[in-house]
Write a protein that binds this ligand. Structure first.
Ligand code: ADP
Ligand code: ZN
Length: 214
């Protein structure tokens, strides 16, 4: 059983997916995390994807789908929250082809204003060691540039540059509309505002997944 969480870059999908894991045990399958892991490992997939990701483009559908399939097979029978996939209509159809074994029960769409996204992404900083995330203004670490949790130096994601942010938002705006229609036509589309307090947003998402799972 799969719940899809979609939303523009910076909408907080990953954070909300983590919260769904903590509260309900949903396994998070994140294509962004998976591809960054391959890049770090310098695998053949990672090497192929590195430039594409840094520039804000999309990794080819078949490569991404292959990764998703492997993760879904490994989590068979469990509840999965799918973060970052599908990202275009071709991917939505690929996912649909697995529907017998891995039915999608809902698509939760986190909606956030364009200017808020730019602010969130351009100030985002991460810890490369423990993966904690910060923001230079909105969630500043106690010491500038240093991780509160483990003391490592914070970094910026390669694709959180102004040019790549612009590309990512453009691609999102073009490719998300057909996905929304796709899930709307199946009666499993749920829109949620991704602005405001994180725990309020999570309460709304919790209500949706509880309704979804009956
Ligand atoms: P964001 O939503 O903030 O852009 P993600 O971590 O979901 O970040 O994805 C980062 C990058 O990984 C994307 O910009 C893209 O290059 C690649 N990627 C992730 N998921 C997909 C996907 N489903 N299809 C193609 N490329 C993907
Ligand atoms: Zn850290």
């Amino acid at each position: 059983m799969i719940a899809v969480i979609m939303g523009p870059p910076g909408s907080g999908k990953g954070t909300q997916a983590d919260l769904l894991f903590k509260k309900y045990g949903y396994l998070k399958v994140s294509t962004g995390d998976a591809i960054r892991k391959q890049i770090k490992l310098k695998s053949s997939v990672g090497n192929l994807a590195q430039d594409i990701v840094a520039k804000g483009g999309l990794v080819p559908d078949d490569i991404i789908f292959q990764m998703v399939r492997i993760d879904l097979e490994a989590s068979k029978g469990k509840m999965v929250i799918l973060d970052g996939f599908p990202r275009n209509i071709a991917q939505a159809e690929m996912l649909e082809s697995l529907n017998r074994e891995h039915p999608v029960t809902g698509c939760i769409h986190l909606m956030v204003d364009h200017n808020v996204l730019i602010e969130r992404l351009s100030g985002r900083r991460l810890c490369p060691i423990c993966n904690a995330t910060f923001h230079i203004h909105l969630a500043a670490p106690k010491l500038a540039g240093i991780c509160d949790k483990c003391g490592s130096g914070l970094i910026q994601r390669d694709d959180d540059t102004e040019a790549s942010i612009r590309v990512r938002l453009e691609i999102y705006n073009e490719s998300s509309a057909p996905i929304i229609e796709f899930y709307k036509s199946r009666g499993i589309y749920f829109a949620v505002s991704g602005e405001g307090d994180q725990s309020d947003i999570f309460d709304e998402i919790s209500a949706i997944v509880e309704e979804m799972t009956g």
